[in-house]
Design a protein around this ligand. Structure first.
Ligand SMILES: O=c1ccn([C@@H]2O[C@H](COP(=O)(O)O)[C@@H](O)[C@H]2O)c(=O)[nH]1
Length: 252
């Protein structure tokens, strides 16, 4: 299973996953033409995309959803996400699929995708567990104010994790965002801090060489070094050493 973060962060999120000739996309958070160009540059032919999954309907996750109509790609999202008029309701009706946390969505017998509930400031946001070829299990957790035990249980056993590490709490608190925005970001319906992400990973990693990709880092309130250090420290406390026990990448 090939996993590629095409774009990450509050400027726009797009993740491409390939198993044999089947491609799925998680998020369409850039303008449509930009997504097409970046996919092609990264070796993903848009005509091979068999499904699009959307976590929640904020602009940086969905603004390029027009890709679905252009290539006739089915889109999967929660009932709450489909209520979004600006983006989601532009998807042609026959391409719309309402997903629930009980589902195991079969895409061409190559991918089996199960949504799980996250905590963000919109209706019914999702994360996804993607089971692909060769026993690969990918967990995707973006934009969530907390990681609760149900989320941990959903993601447990994965060998690849794409998880947001949005901010360093000190940088956020002492930074230049206005107080209301700081409160929203650090709330239970906001974004994950480095420490929250590290704590979650400390519960999830078992030292079998898992691949961790930290993403959705704030340009204002985080650095790759701070995010990596928080995760390394938490995993070291569990007795795990980077490279030997797990791999760690940061893609803003
Ligand atoms: O001026 C702004 C900047 C950011 N936001 C929202 O805050 C969070 C975190 O953003 P980062 O860029 O990762 O710091 C995200 O939801 C942004 O949309 C904002 O509302 N106004």
């Amino acid at each position: 299973m090939e996993v590629k973060i095409i774009a990450g962060g509050s400027g726009g999120n797009v993740i491409a996953v390939r198993s044999n000739d089947t491609i799925i996309i998680i998020e369409c958070g850039l303008p449509k033409t930009k997504i097409e160009n970046l996919l092609i540059q990264n070796g993903f032919n848009p005509t091979d995309i068999q499904a699009i999954f959307i976590t929640h309907p904020h602009q940086d996750h969905v603004q390029g959803i027009g890709l679905a109509n252009k290539y006739r790609i089915p889109v999967y999202a929660s009932e709450g996400t489909w209520k979004n008029e600006k983006y989601m309701q532009t998807v042609e009706e026959d391409l719309r699929n309402v997903a629930t946390v009980a589902d195991e969505i079969n895409i061409e017998n190559e991918f089996f995708i199960t949504p799980f509930s996250t905590h963000h400031n919109d209706f019914d946001p999702f994360g996804f567990v993607v089971i692909g070829d060769k026993g690969n299990r990918l967990s995707i957790c973006l934009d969530s104010g907390i990681v609760d035990q149900t989320m941990i249980e959903a993601m447990a056993g994965s060998n690849i994790f794409i998880i947001e590490a949005n901010h360093d709490l000190d940088l956020l608190i002492n930074g230049e965002y206005h107080e209301q925005l700081k409160a929203r970001i650090s709330s239970d319906l906001g974004h994950l801090s480095n420490e929250q992400t590290a704590e979650a990973l400390a519960q999830l990693i078992v030292g079998k060489g898992e691949r961790i990709i930290l993403t959705h880092l704030s340009k204002q309130n985080n650095t790759p070094e701070l995010a990596e250090k928080a995760v390394e420290d938490a995993l070291e406390a569990k007795g795990f050493e980077r490279v030997f026990d797990y791999q760690l990448e940061v893609i803003r």
